[in-house]
Design a protein around this ligand. Sequence first.
Ligand SMILES: [Mg+2]
Length: 175
Amino acid sequence: METTRARPCAFLDRDGVLIEDTGYPHKPAEAVWTPGVMAALRRLNQAGLAVCLVTNQAGVARGLYDEETVARFHIWMAAEARAAGARIDGFAYCPFHEAAQQERYRRESARRKPRAGMIEDWLALFPLRREGSFLIGDRETDMAAAAAAGIPGHLFPGGDLDVFVAGILDQRAAA
Ligand SMILES: [Mg+2]
């Protein structure tokens, strides 16, 4: 592992942070980006942070859409970001739920927030360091996952994401 080159990471929830949580969003045509999202991503990129998504997708477990749809959605998000001069380094999702209609998705998963599995997997997979990393989410389950991973969690109340991210980076610089 390239610990000497390890970067900190901004772990981002997806629905309610990068795009509006309109209730299991999964179609590009219906997705609504959060105000300031591309500027926020560019700001994180320029600050030298990796940017990795960590999103629960119980819609898969509920049979509302399949994993291929999630993958297509994420490819679309990555392309939109790239077109705006921003970079999302990784997309992680958890399709499992204890009460899933579909048996193959019906289980407890260490990757489902409030557990820290998706964060821990990113930390293990990339040369990332925990120190200086943080998470932005819009729910208490996001904050719990951050706490379980031993990183700060920032609860996004809505509004302009770039203003919110700028505030976090200022806080970090002052710490
Ligand atoms: Mg959310």
